[in-house]
Design a protein around this ligand. Sequence first.
Ligand code: PLP
Length: 372
Amino acid sequence: MTPLDPPDRLLMGPGPSNPDPRVLAAMSKRLVGHLDPYFVHLMDETMSGLRAVYRTSNHHTLPISATGSAGLETIMMNLLEDGDRAVVAVIGYFGQRLAEMARRAGAEVEVVEVPQGEIVDPAEIDRALAKKKTKLLAFVHVETTTGACQPIEPMVAVARKHGALVAMDCVTSLGGIPIDIDALGVDAAGSCSQKCLGAPPGLGPITISPRAMAAVAARKAKPHTWYFDLGLLFQYWGENGAEKKRAFHHTAPISSIYGFHEALRVILEEGLEARWARHQSAHDMLVRGLDKLGISLFTPAANQCATINVLAIPSGVDDAKVRARMLERGVEMSGGLGQLAGKVWRVGIMGHNAQAERVDRFLGALGESLRS
Ligand code: PLP
């Protein structure tokens, strides 16, 4: 086996993004046991830091010990059960995955789907919800495959009208663009550690409202999952008002939690508004630079957002060759997924990378790669 020596990359794809160096340093701190009083204290601080980032008072806010998909699966498997109905707004690949999770949780699922780049009209959701009693409306806030951003308020309003809970995938938005869970009234949200929150992959930060937890408590049967059972997870992470004694559930990924705790500290020191503004100005700079290179965004202007930029590959340009040349220059960007493969590039402006100097380096490498 060779000694570990990963190349130095500027990670400007859809994630992972380069973590803040403070986060990587925190991850190499000495280990304590996962039931050590020091670690239990860190778990509490991590939950409260995550609440601040989600802008929520939801007690049930924690990083699931697995990637963003696992956090979303936790939400779907606990909020839905056999016989429930769910409506899922699909604006791309990640919406399809939410629909599949809902089916696997036992729900009857109605999908409201739009072409790539578009967002769902809440009037369509209204019609779907009006058909039959529905427990949950699920949607993706920012669809990483198309770059489209689905506005949150109208989705919540239409769900409330029909008495449905609302679950949101904010994997490509939390920490980068405005989200205020309590003000918006979202019942459950799931993100990831490796994009705008500025840590490596491995955790699925979620938050669940008291209303959604009441629905979990009223389930007819236990969830079809043991590892992601919210009831069991909070015996370990601590129920509201419960004493600090924790029941073993799994061995927490201690070093990942160290890193995530530090990432939350970095965010709260910077301030959420300042962080959102930094993402927006890095995105604006990217779009201006792309314009000079003759490249426009695939996503219709009204649906674009700062964190993920989906670029239309100019005609006659070889997708794979350009990305290979970028990598030779130490810069990663990604190709399209599914129907958009070969048609778009995906460029993330996320977390520590949402900085003028990094956008500049990206644009320089892209310009050279297109010319060479
Ligand atoms: N949802 C969206 C919108 C994503 O972009 C991703 C990953 O990029 C996921 C879910 C899955 O997250 P993870 O890869 O952390 O499991």
